[in-house]
Write a protein that binds this ligand. Structure first.
Ligand SMILES: NC(=O)c1ccc[n+]([C@@H]2O[C@H](COP(=O)([O-])OP(=O)(O)OC[C@H]3O[C@@H](n4cnc5c(N)ncnc54)[C@H](O)[C@@H]3O)[C@@H](O)[C@H]2O)c1
Length: 249
């Protein structure tokens, strides 16, 4: 019997990435929970309940900003499981620093994780997907990259806009090879990252959401689950808005 497809999710310890990885595991894929946070990764397997499911889960420590580590991480997964069919570029960091206070160091780090990480992760899995003649890449961008900031800094917004451009670049390059590349652009999803915002700031954001509530990580995961499925093979280079109606276009 054919083995289930392999999905690698970056930033999978918590928040949106965790929900996506859990959903894909539930969907029956083999799932690599990858994150820079080694201590967080140690707790993942405790939550994977049954032995039958545990054989389909792997944890992998990786800082997506570390180009030299990316190739060995990809090799590690391919050696163990033979392929990487699905890549979800979710790892991201966000600062709210005003434009006049952003340092070069902070700018470089945000771009390195959010944008450069997306590029080199995708580049590294391409040969594997090309060999298989099938692949799905989903980039977790943001409303901030489409409409400008609600609360996020210039570096974050620029990195997220850059991910949307990369989505189209890779989608066009790979469309004829069975590999689709799409983006989702969430806004105001309840995650540990969002809980860092002040109650005032949260109340301000909530007022501007037409559906009248924050989004759930599971709602983002459901869209990703569809985009990586066989059924979504005719969708590529697209961005899916998940923002409670804040941006309608
Ligand atoms: N929460 C929202 O409302 C929202 C809105 C728009 C976009 N997003 C995007 O969704 C993604 C996930 O956001 P979240 O709210 O779940 O964030 P989060 O901070 O709760 O989780 C991010 C995860 O990424 C990991 N990570 C950070 N830097 C990394 C690195 N260099 N290498 C590997 N892993 C790293 C963290 O350890 C963490 O587990 C991000 O790309 C974010 O920009 C979130």
């Amino acid at each position: 019997m054919a083995q289930p497809k392999v999905a690698l999710v970056t930033g999978a310890v918590q928040g949106i990435g965790r929900s996506i990885a859990d959903r894909l595991l539930e969907d029956g894929y083999r799932v690599v929970y990858s994150d820079v946070n080694a201590a967080g990764l140690e707790t993942i397997m405790e939550h994977v309940e049954s032995e039958t499911v545990r054989v389909r889960a792997m944890v992998l420590q990786l800082d997506v900003a570390d180009e030299s580590a990316i190739q060995s991480a990809v090799n590690h997964v391919v050696d163990a499981w033979g392929s990487i069919d699905i890549l979800v570029n979710n790892a991201g960091i966000r600062y709210v620093t005003p434009v006049n206070e952003i340092t070069r160091q902070e700018w470089d780090r945000v771009l390195a994780v959010n944008l450069t990480g997306t590029f080199f992760m995708t580049q590294a899995v391409l040969p594997v997907m090309r060999r298989a003649g099938w692949g799905r890449v989903v980039n977790i961008s943001s409303f901030g990259g489409q409409a400008g900031p609600l609360t996020s800094g210039a570096h974050y917004c620029a990195s997220k806009a850059g991910q949307l451009a990369l989505t189209k670049v890779f989608a066009r390059a790979l469309a004829a090879e069975g590999i689709t590349v799409n983006a989702v652009a969430p806004a105001a999803i309840e995650t540990p990252e969002m809980s860092k915002m002040t109650p005032e700031s949260l109340a301000q954001v909530a007022k501007g959401i037409p559906v009248g509530r924050f989004g759930k990580a599971e709602e983002v995961a459901a869209v990703v689950s569809f985009l990586v499925s066989e059924t979504a093979g005719y969708i590529t280079g697209a961005t899916f808005d998940i923002n409670g109606g804040m941006l309608m276009r």
